[in-house]
Ligand binder design. Structure first.
Ligand code: NAD
Length: 472
């Protein structure tokens, strides 16, 4: 099958949404998903799926996104499998009630925080990392002992079909289900009562999800996007910065939520940095990236047109690399724009494609002021050799996360929370944060009945009042 010859978005509803949720709720209510052994079985089954169905999944990712196999393996299959290994290692510790201290007046007593599964969970995923962004939240929901419905994106239709097929084959069908389909299918799902909704995608749909969730007071995590900036300071290691920024930008053809969206470079090193960036891209993808097996494609014609449109107003002197494309095969060259301004179309929205505008600024203070004048980004990157510059950027800006002299790889540290702030989202997952997302932390206080001092009971005599004022 060629890149353009894809099956139409499939809609396979095994059951009507209300019957589906009722079935999963019955499973959850039966207690079947709570034992540690069941959770482990599901996580191990998902790992087996990722290993045994590797070639089918990588083929599907290639059909959808022209995703190079090693990128698909590294950033999707292996990444999820690695985090599941961490989950399996830590699960016993995570589920253990956590003992907390009690004040003297309440003793003897035992206070614990007990993590209980929230119930029936809906995970809605986008198309850019369609395996990772569906299966990883689902895995955390299962680790926490829930029943879960996953809704892959209809735009990555080959991967959606593969996931529907293999999840049904490997996981417990009474508790785990994939529902394929587009917006009307999501609308029907959102009309149900869920115990948690985990949505990854754009802020417009994020608002629709949150409104629907409010009907049932269902808590949500919204993993959204936005324009993630990069600061390149005077004194940064420009060659390494250029390589790391180019890699973070052009992997998956720029369709990564934490991809560097634009660069704010110190004016004094702008030319040297842009030269290094061009060298890095040529080194990665050669002089003809269209023939490179290591370069992905834009998801569909609509997004290709959008990206092409963002370039329409760029002057030839701005385009220092790339600019060419081929709509039929959804190829858009890795493109670098210099002398970009905030009036340019590329700066008006999240680019989410292989176009990197570079804007010169007068120092780190100006870069920080620019970032703070815009929405809080999902990721913020700073390249500097001076620790004081890095510390200043961390202290004076707000973002979902920060990468210093690195791009994207903050995601690979399972113990770091991954999530946005403000317009880039709410809530976070990965590691214990993922387990906690899908758990209710229940407060439990237990006291002995062997002693029952009457000091807190009425009548509040003067003596009792004096005592209470001393010990309470
Ligand atoms: P998308 O179009 O695939 O949408 C995501 C999901 O929303 C899909 O499952 C889709 O079926 C559903 N959907 C679409 N329209 C809907 C509607 N009207 N009502 C209900 N549901 C609807 O993906 P997208 O939103 O284009 O994804 C790209 C965005 O996601 C970018 O902004 C990117 O930065 C962000 N993103 C964020 C993360 C993160 O982890 N924070 C990861 C990847 C992508």
């Amino acid at each position: 099958m060629t890149l353009t010859d894809r099956p139409a978005a499939a809609v396979s509803n095994p059951l009507e949404p209300d019957r589906l949720v009722a079935r999963l709720r019955a499973t959850f209510d039966s207690g079947a998903t709570r034992p540690l052994a069941w959770r482990r079985q599901q996580l191990e089954a998902m790992q087996r799926l990722l290993v045994e169905r590797e070639s089918e999944l990588l083929d599907a990712l290639h059909q959808d996104l022209g995703k190079p196999a090693i990128e698909g393996w590294m950033t999707e299959l292996r990444h999820v499998a690695n985090e599941i290994s961490d989950m399996l290692r830590h699960l016993e510790g995570w589920v253990k009630p956590e003992r907390v201290g009690v004040r003297t007046v309440l003793r003897p007593a035992r206070a614990t925080v007990v993590s209980e599964p929230v119930g029936v969970v809906l995970v809605i995923a986008p198309w850019n990392y369609p395996v990772h962004l569906l299966l990883l939240p689902m895995a955390y929901a299962l680790a926490a002992g829930n029943a879960v419905v996953g809704k892959p994106s209809e735009m990555s239709s080959a991967t959606s079909a593969a996931l529907a097929r293999w999840v049904a084959a490997y996981l417990d069908r009474d508790a785990v289900c994939i529902v394929e389909g587009d917006a009307p299918v999501v609308t029907a799902l959102l009309a149900q009562r869920w115990d948690y909704i985990f949505y990854t995608g754009n802020g417009r749909v994020g608002r629709i999800v949150m409104k629907a969730a409010a009907e049932h007071l269902t808590p949500v995590t919204l993993e959204l996007g936005g324009k993630s900036p990069v600061i390149v300071a005077n004194g940064a290691n420009l060659d390494v910065a250029a390589k790391r920024i180019a890699w973070g930008k052009f992997v998956n053809a720029g369709q990564t939520c934490v991809a560097p969206d634009y660069v704010l470079v110190d004016r004094q090193v702008e030319s040297r940095f842009v030269d290094a960036l061009v060298r890095a891209v040529r080194h990665f993808y050669g002089s003809d990236p269209q023939s490179s097996p290591d370069y992905a494609r834009v998801i569909n014609e609509r997004h290709w047109d959008r990206l092409h449109g963002l370039l329409a107003d760029a002057s030839p002197s701005q385009v220092v690399l790339g600019g060419q494309g081929d709509r039929a095969s959804r190829y858009l060259a890795p493109t670098i724009l210099r002398d970009a301004t905030w009036d340019d179309p590329v700066m008006s929205e999240e680019i989410f494609g292989p176009i990197l505008p570079v804007l010169a600024v007068d120092g780190v203070g100006a870069a920080i002021a620019t970032i703070n004048a815009h929405d809080k980004p999902l990721a913020l990157y700073v390249f500097a050799e001076d620790q004081a510059v890095i510390d200043r950027v961390v202290a004076e800006t707000s973002s979902g996360g920060v990468g210093a002299n690195v791009t994207l790889l903050q995601l690979a540290v399972a113990d770091l929370p991954f999530g946005g702030v403000g317009e880039s989202g709410m809530g976070a997952y990965h590691g214990k944060f993922g387990f906690d997302t899908f758990s209710h932390r229940k407060a439990v206080l237990q006291r002995t009945t062997r002693m029952d001092p009457s000091v807190t009971y009425p009548p509040y005599t003067n003596l009792k009042q004096r005592l209470l004022r001393k010990v309470f």
